[in-house]
Ligand binder design. Structure first.
Ligand code: GMT
Length: 377
């Protein structure tokens, strides 16, 4: 049994989802898990003997230009480490968590190890900015073990940051018992005009990197050819503009915005097709969740998505930014029910075989064992 501290961004977002689901699975495997963040992570629904939460509450002070969260986090991590005898601090997202974990380890009396998981923009975008790069690289190099959520991210991070240490690949995972093919006719009827109308779904935090406007623009052709409805789940900075764009394009009545949903599984289960258009995606958690729910996907050929989506087998990969190709790929699958269903089934099989919690979490346990200098846990 290990005592594991986990720090992450607790709000909606793939890295927070992975950290929360990992913590819960580790607790089920008999480990003691301590979440150390500013809020209970989204998806951590129950605290108890094996799942603890320690809040980080940085003190604001008028002289500070901004409240130094990283110092408060490092302080809390050090306190929790000493009080509960943590073996490992697992930092999800290099910025600023691996730096806080490093500071905590250096300031503690005990021998705690630091494991860092890279999630994407932490090393590929924000971490490359000259204002952060030096310390991000240092904090990753100083970790006792480092993983990335895809081969693409591991290689790109090593190259972009010039890392001095190997980065292991541990793909993200999904609870395939929860995210399962399950059509709920009542829910479907609430969102669409019943079976007559095909449903294309997109789930994201609607940030510019997701290119949601491409999805709305492509839908003009998609709905003209198939009468399908686009259902967008999630909230974010581009939601209002995307809503306006749908009206401007004359397809407002064929695009439904459902906003943030705590549990997206029942919605995904209703979809006929899942669509992503991101310009970058180190992995693409919602794409995996859709595959696990038995939904064929159309996704961009970027980052880690080709490791997840088998082109022509579980979905179609398209060129990011090519709205016409995005529309064509969707129309082709919406008009070919047999092919779409075969892809949906293949996606489900792939999720169960390669990306299920039970397959991937033991790899994290082995990762911690290596950080601790042990062969196995
Ligand atoms: O960097 C982000 O976009 C946010 C981040 C998050 O916390 O949601 O997403 C990244 O981590 C996820 C979990 O590993 C991945 O599924 C996403 O692909 C990745 N986002 C990007 O690479 C843009």
């Amino acid at each position: 049994m290990l005592r594991i501290g986990i720090t992450c961004f607790p709000g909606v977002g793939g890295s927070g989802v992975v950290a929360a689901e990992l913590g819960k699975a580790l607790a089920r495997n008999g480990h003691e898990v301590h979440f150390v963040t500013n809020d209970v992570p989204f998806r951590v629904d129950e605290l108890g003997e094996r799942v603890w939460f320690h809040q980080v509450t940085p003190m604001p002070y008028p002289v500070f230009q901004s409240t130094p969260y990283v110092l408060a986090l490092a302080t809390r991590l050090a306190e929790v480490t000493e009080r509960y005898g943590l073996d490992v601090i697992h930092a999800h997202y290099a910025i600023p968590h691996s730096t806080a974990a490093y500071l905590a380890r250096m300031s503690c009396e005990c021998d705690v190890k630091v494991a860092t998981t890279l999630h994407g923009t932490d090393t590929r975008l924000v971490g490359l900015d000259p204002s952060y790069r030096h310390i991000v690289r240092f904090s990753i190099n100083e970790s006792d073990a480092v993983s990335a959520v895809s081969q693409n991210l591991a290689e790109a991070s090593e190259a972009d940051l010039g890392l001095k240490r190997p980065v292991e690949v541990i793909h993200n995972f999904v609870d395939t018992d929860h995210f399962r093919p399950c059509k709920c006719p009542q829910l479907r009827d609430m969102i669409t005009c019943g079976d007559r109308e095909l449903m294309v779904m997109h789930v994201s935090n609607l940030r510019p990197i997701k290119r949601v406007f491409d999805i709305v623009r492509a839908h003009q052709a998609v709905t003209a050819a198939t009468d399908a409805r686009l259902v967008i789940v999630g909230d974010g900075p581009e939601k209002d503009e995307a809503t306006r764009l749908a009206s401007e394009l004359g397809i407002g009545c064929k695009v439904t915005f459902l906003g943030r949903q705590d549990d997206v599984a029942p919605y995904l289960g209703c979809a006929d097709l899942f669509v992503m258009a991101s310009e970058q995606e180190s992995f693409g958690m919602s794409t995996l969740e859709a595959m696990s729910c038995g939904v064929a996907v159309v996704a961009p050929r970027v980052g880690g998505l080709p490791e997840l989506v088998a082109h022509g087998e579980t979905g179609t990969l398209t060129t990011p930014g090519d709205v016409e190709a995005l529309a064509e790929a969707q129309i082709a699958l919406l008009q070919d029910t047999d092919r779409r269903r075969a892809m949906a089934e293949a996606g489900r099989r792939r999720a169960v075989e390669w990306f299920d919690t039970k397959v991937v979490v033991p790899r994290y346990e082995a990762f911690y064992a290596r950080a601790l200098g042990r062969e196995s846990s």
